[in-house]
Design a protein around this ligand. Structure first.
Ligand code: HEC
Ligand code: HEC
Length: 363
């Protein structure tokens, strides 16, 4: 409607009307509380105004709830993200409000003060649930904010197979023997990935995926990365084999050879170097596509995919690009979906994600 668009350009183009329907009308419920307290305390003739404001507030709470359920369907989010917690609180507030309508209407005046106190008292509880729910609702908008400013620079040829020259180069053959002797494939082999998609991850192309330096630290000090679902870590864990430095070097040399340069093309259009503008655009795209619906970034987000805060130390840019291009092809069965990104969006997101490093590494 062109007239509507000219009059109300914001509302008619907004992707999600829910926040606008909520902010103003919900104020009626705290207002009803104030009126009810005053009516109970000293102004009995405000009682019916308090009840009327409460009723109108409940009507808008129901409208806000319906618009929220519609909006939710359009937001990428994990089951434990702020969206879901917000919904649970608001559904609780809505049910409570509806349950209160009849008992509150039944108290016609504050004359019987002991009975009448239920009106303001129940509004205190209702408003407390609303405030908690609104707080989680505000978290949703935080999730849509661009990512944190990256602290690390992206080295130009970051996909290097070998660790830095100062480190003893590992012996890939010794690594292969160690790999066989310790039966790494009993978990990482193709038949042992039953628990959840990607867990334990296949190592067939691990050299194209993971940075050598990171692999070395990880083998020396394994820690959980993925989530099985929601907030649950997988049952199968990477064991700590208490490797010596040299053993870890050998394994890394072997693992680094497990590459697939046709799948992860180190000279392809997604390869570094990246410009500052690309990194900044990627930062904003993180908010646009709500990657925090599943990943923690800058401390905000849900646990469905790995924490991305220093993931640039872990992953080669080519892997990041490939995953963004076709998540299901790279990790079959993963909950990360194909966002249908444009090529330049993939490049910018890759530039940004690859720049996410812990502050100590950037120096
Ligand atoms: C008991 C099963 C088990 C065994 C045995 C095992 N791993 Fe793992 N490994 C895992 C799991 C599970 C993960 C994923 C952890 C996560 O994502 O939180 C993992 C992760 C890894 C990773 C990181 C891969 C990635 O994409 O995150 C590397 C590298 C690795 N293992 C190497 C090895 C090597 C080398 C051996 C043999 C010395 C080995 N693993 C033996 C279970 C195992
Ligand atoms: C519906 C949930 C979901 C959404 C939304 C999502 N991801 Fe993921 N993502 C995952 C899961 C699950 C994995 C783990 C795949 C695996 O097992 O290796 C993952 C893995 C990743 C990885 C590799 C991390 C690592 O340490 O191996 C990157 C990088 C990534 N996602 C970036 C993004 C970006 C950028 C966006 C937004 C455009 C995004 N994701 C949106 C679920 C999601």
């Amino acid at each position: 409607m062109p007239l509507l668009e000219r009059l109300l350009p914001g509302i008619s183009n907004a992707p999600n009307l829910h926040p606008m329907l909520v902010h103003f009308p919900i104020v009626l419920l705290p207002a009803a509380l104030v009126l009810a307290v005053l009516a109970w305390w000293s102004r009995p003739n405000w009682w019916s105004a308090a009840r009327a404001v409460f009723l109108i507030g409940v009507v808008f709470l129901v409208i806000a709830g319906v618009s929220g359920l519609v909006a939710q369907a359009r937001i990428a989010h994990g089951p434990h993200s702020a969206v879901s917690v917000h919904r649970q609180f608001m559904l609780a507030a809505g049910c409570l409000a509806l349950l209160l309508v009849w008992p509150i209407l039944a108290i016609r005046s504050p004359a019987d003060r002991r009975r009448a106190v239920w009106f303001p008292a129940s509004l205190v509880v209702l408003n407390a649930v609303l405030v908690l729910g609104a707080d989680r609702g505000a978290m949703v908008s935080l999730q849509f904010r661009g990512g944190p400013i990256p602290t690390g620079a992206v080295p130009e040829r970051d996909w290097s197979a070998a660790r830095s020259p100062a480190v003893r180069p590992g012996d890939p053959e010794a690594g292969a023997r160690l790999y066989a002797r310790l039966a790494c494939d009993s978990c990482h082999g193709p038949d042992r990935r039953e628990e959840a998609p990607g867990i334990p991850p296949g190592l067939e192309t691990v050299g194209s995926r993971l940075r050598a330096e990171w692999m070395h630290d990880y083998l020396m000090n394994p820690h959980p990365i993925r989530w099985a679902d929601q907030d649950r870590r997988p049952e199968v864990r990477m064991p700590d084999f208490r490797f010596t430095n040299d053993e870890a070097d050998d394994l890394v040399a072997f693992l680094s050879q497990q590459r697939d340069s046709t799948l992860y093309d180190i000279h392809g259009p997604d390869a570094p170097p990246y410009t500052e503008q690309e990194i900044e655009r990627g930062r904003l795209l993180i908010g646009e596509y709500n990657c925090r619906g599943c990943h923690v970034l800058g401390g905000i987000g849900a646990h469905l995919g790995p924490d991305l805060d220093s993931v640039g130390e872990r992953l080669n840019p080519e892997y990041i690009a490939r995953l963004l291009r076709a998540p299901q092809r790279v990790v079959p069965g993963t909950s990360m979906r194909d966002f249908g990104l444009w090529d330049d969006e993939i490049r910018c997101l890759t530039a940004y994600v690859a720049a996410l490093r812990s502050p100590s590494v950037s120096q």
